[in-house]
Design a binder for this molecule. Structure first.
Ligand SMILES: NC(=O)C1=CN([C@@H]2O[C@H](COP(=O)(O)OP(=O)(O)OC[C@H]3O[C@@H](n4cnc5c(N)ncnc54)[C@H](OP(=O)(O)O)[C@@H]3O)[C@@H](O)[C@H]2O)[C@@H](O)CC1
Ligand SMILES: [K+]
Length: 491
């Protein structure tokens, strides 16, 4: 499990740890970790042209000490000081001693021919968009040839939320210290962080519970129960699917297939796409009747492609009136927006899986010109608390939160997933994981996080061959599950 810790949590841990260590120890650890990652990325030090962008805080201090280490190993290192009179004093001394050069004019920084640029403008002490001088340097760095490495976090990204209120340093790699900050993996920040490298500086015992979490492959595998020798077709959990329509059976076919391929126990389908589903999936038990005619299930998926007419509304109400876990997606969400009490009054778990527009329909405060806003974790938590459910807010990094504030940020997937029908697949996967919860005892928020992780991995596998369509996802699910169990995730 990857814990995501806020700036305040990191600072609190730092204070506790520093009380036991000589001054400067943590910065030395951070700088050594930073220099080590840089050497690994560059593959050499001798002759390497490095430019440091140095702000007035400790983030700049990290950059200067790391720059000193690189200079000591033969790199040609130039520091551009944004506030020369306030640059980290001992960092600057060490840097100069090691042979580092300070640019007397930012216009002659060497960014146009650097091999490597370290962004030490601002770290967890920053606020707001980058100021003009810093923004200008970030722009020059981005236009130049150097590998862009952010120190602790890309300057311009809000550490706790991933909001990017203005200009930003567009890192290809981020070397972060002590703990991964949420802003590196969620919201817009994720797009500017590149590959994240965590340097352990010893904060661990002092960090406390993370503000949010991200599953690893092993974590996801542990949350999807494999069959045991005494399993039968019911013990994997029976999934009920209400999706698609006679005119548009696709959502029913994709959703049912995804549920089958995630954990093939038994899937029951009830709805007007029955013919299409039966033709595609002889393994499913299919009825064109109502959910109550389908037989016993352990979890329902309701909504994708089912329409929003009176029949659909009454079917949705029937499913939500059960005491079973329910996933509500797509058209189901549109109908819940008109009748939120159907979810609010439930005692069994409900997982809503909106994208941004659906979210804004569900929660009026997220509508209007501001939309959901930049803090997607806060939005998902607030929505979940309001309806007493779990919200899986789809996006570049999907966020999953429950009414208690427990929050996960998904770390898998590919931009190729932004195509029709992939949401239907996700709801089927989620239904399958949720149907196991009577056995696994897993909270719905964890089931949803595991489903999102698996869905993203299937997407990565499917996209390895080029553009994917939703059916490819279903075809790759079995392999994705197998790889999770074997520990062989796709790149
Ligand atoms: N905590 C730990 O465990 C450890 C922390 N460590 C390191 O310390 C870092 C935190 O250092 P920190 O507290 O000194 O703040 P920091 O991020 O350098 O920012 C302050 C500077 O930014 C400036 N500035 C602000 N906003 C700005 C903007 N929008 N645009 C431009 N500039 C802006 C602000 O300017 P000022 O307002 O003073 O004019 C000031 O100069 C942390 O990220 C990590 O790298 C490690 O060494 C080891 C252990
Ligand atoms: K930075």
């Amino acid at each position: 499990m990857i814990g995501l810790h806020t700036a305040e949590q990191v600072r609190t841990a730092e204070r506790a740890l520093m009380a036991t260590l000589p001054p400067g120890t943590l910065m030395q650890r951070a700088a050594t970790g930073l220099a080590t990652v840089c050497l690994g990325l560059a593959g050499r030090a001798h002759g390497l042209r490095v430019v440091l962008l140095v702000g007035a805080g400790d983030n700049g201090g990290d950059a200067l000490f790391a720059g000193a280490q690189l200079a000591g190993r033969g790199a040609q290192v130039t520091a551009v000081l944004l506030a020369p009179e306030r640059a980290h004093a001992s960092g600057l001394t060490a840097f100069r001693r090691a042979g580092g050069r300070v640019a007397d004019d930012p216009a002659r920084s060497g960014l146009d021919r650097a091999d490597l640029v370290l962004d030490g403008i601002v770290g967890i002490g920053g606020s707001g968009g980058l100021r003009p001088a810093a923004a200008d340097l970030a722009g020059q760095a981005a236009a130049g040839p150097g590998l862009l490495v952010a120190v602790d976090l890309p300057s311009g990204v809000a550490a706790d939320t991933g909001e990017v209120p203005g200009e930003v340093f567009p890192a290809q790699h981020t070397v972060t210290f002590g703990a991964v900050k949420p802003g590196l993996v969620v919201g817009e920040g994720r797009r500017h962080a590149g590959q994240v490298h965590l340097v352990d500086i010893g904060l661990g015992p002092h960090l406390g519970d993370p503000a949010a979490r991200q599953l690893t492959d092993a974590d996801a595998a542990a949350r999807i129960e494999p069959p045991s020798p005494d399993s039968d077709k019911y013990s994997g959990g029976v999934v009920g699917v209400v999706a698609g329509s006679a005119t548009y059976p696709g959502a029913g076919v994709l959703c049912t297939g995804a549920a089958l391929r995630t954990r093939p126990g038994l899937v029951r389908y009830a709805g007007t796409a029955a013919d299409g589903v039966r033709a595609s999936w002889p393994e499913a038990i299919v009825t064109s009747g109502r959910p109550g005619d389908a037989g016993r299930v352990q979890a329902w998926v309701v909504g994708p492609g089912m329409g929003t007419d009176d029949d659909a509304r009454s079917v949705l109400a029937e499913v939500l009136a059960t005491d079973l876990p329910v996933v509500v997606d797509a058209d189901g969400l549109t109908m819940v927006a008109d009748a939120p009490e159907l979810v609010r009054d439930r005692t069994a778990p409900t997982v809503l899986t909106p994208h941004d527009r659906e979210f804004a329909r569900l929660f009026t405060w997220a509508g209007g010109s501001t939309g959901i806003g930049g803090d997607r974790m806060a939005a998902a938590r607030r929505g979940a608390a309001e309806l007493g459910c779990t919200v899986l807010l789809k996006g570049d990094a999907t966020v999953i939160a429950d009414a208690h504030g427990t929050t996960y940020v998904n770390g898998t997937g590919t931009p190729w997933l932004a195509t029709a029908g992939t949401g239907d697949v996700l709801s089927g996967v989620l239904g399958a994981v949720l149907a196991q919860t009577p056995v696994t005892g897993l909270p719905a928020v964890e089931a949803a996080a595991a489903a999102a992780h698996l869905h993203g991995r299937a997407g990565q596998l499917a996209a390895a061959d080029g553009p994917l369509i939703a059916g490819d996802l279903v075809r790759h699910l079995a392999e994705a599950v197998g790889r999770l169990y074997r520990g062989g995730a796709p790149a």
